[in-house]
Unconditional design. Sequence first.
Lengths: 197, 369
Amino acid sequence: MSPDINPLVLFFASIFTSNILLANFLGMCSFISISKDMKSSNGLGLAVTVVLVLTSMLNWVILKYILIPLDLLYLRYIIFIIVIAATVQVLEMVIDRVSPALYMALGIFLPLITVNCAILGVALFMQIRNYSFIQTVFFAAGSGLGWWLAILALSAIQKKLLKAPVPAGLKGPGITLITIGFMAMAFIGFSGMLSVQ
Amino acid sequence: MNFLIAPIAVGVIAAVLGAVIGIVDRIVNNYGDVEIDINGKKTLTVKGGDKLLSSLAAEGIFIPSACGGRGSCGACKCKVESDVGPHLPTEIPYLTKEEIDDNVRLACQVKVKENIQIRIPDELFNVKKFDTKVKSIKDVTHDIKEVVFDLQGEEIDFKAGRYVQIVVPPYGKIRGSTQRAYSMSSKPSEKGIVELLIRLVPGGIATTWVHNYLSEGDEVELIGPFGDFEKRETDATMVCVAGGSGMAPFKSILFDMYEKGELDREVWYFFGARTTKDLFYLEEIKKLDSKWENFHFVPALSEPQEGAGWDGETGLITDVLDRYIKEKMRVDRDKEGYLCGSPGMIAACNNVMTANGIPLEKIYYDKFA
């Protein structure tokens, strides 16, 4: 049975109280490497959100109508990954055709997203927590927006950090990780207000 | 039969997704016929949706590309005059700021979606793909082979100093086909053949193939001629420095000059090697030296062995070069530098030459090495 949570609550909870990045620390690699530049962060955030919503819907359908009835739950990792990779591929081609401008902004990030663990993480959470379809969509959208918010916030902080006297040994990923730690602590302030399960 | 369910499920899901990708690719990537306008002189009609590099190659126009279109060499630069969107992050590392402002793109990254106008050096119209047969393979030193390719009736038209790209097919553990550039050592007058000098580089894809897999009679594709390395038409003294298989373009240039009777120009040719067993073509070039008054051949060994009977120059080629420029060459003449060898040798010779008053823009070399 699906948990009794209003999808809207789930939506806000996944943005703030259990932010996929700052609470679960998923999707870190692209988060750290891309967050230096505001424009790219924006593009990546948008791409993650779109892919998250699309793939979680597809994965939910496959989970519900193929994997569970056939008792193949142990295959979920490989199936989810295949679905994510194929979706990204199709999306890349479609965007390239439909909106070259958007492709220029997103294009190079799309292949990166195939291996973004936040995407797989959301698919697995929706299975573990037994979300219904509507809940899954809202959870995925919220997680994507949360990830987007986090990377935008980090890139803004990184911009400030450029002028800060960071000790030599901490420059680059070092200070970024510490910054993310502080951000995660700040987001803990939201916890308890809403719940995801 | 339960054990079959899992593989069938994975297979079916993968197949369905694969089919979707295929169908979307068919529909979405179909741009119809588009026109590529080259230098305003030639118009090609190609199927849209492919990369510029491969679209041009399919029509017989070959932009130099050492990596075969994987965006890892940055050689396939060409100027795109119509708007094809901003530079991609995959192109930027290979382009200078001036090139980016000038709309220079990497042909292997730009997709042809609509009619576009491009500008390429006129010379590239001359570039052809040759289906050749290996005529002979000869060991000239312990690690350099002289390979002669027979163009099977076709003719190659080039200036001495140019290079060709050899298409290395998949072999052994190497899966994909690759291309590598080698300077031609044959003379422009030998139109029916191409001669290359190929040194074995441990672990090198093309050199290993040539040294261990290629044999006489094999069919090999060559694309060329490319490059801008050539004798400049001035009356400055030519100071040529080569190491190892860097002999190739100079062999072509020097014998071409001699053949054409351009004997008034003063030419110095320094050839650096480690030991006597790294020397080759010594007799041929010494003979040229004795017949041609203004030509001076200076082979130098950096590690001559005792008892090898070496009576030529010894020491690093850069030291020998420095000494000769200072002591033997006429000071009242302008000088031009011509280099071919390892990147380290080129950098070191650049330093010696500029320190001796040869301006950097008068030192010429190929950058593909």
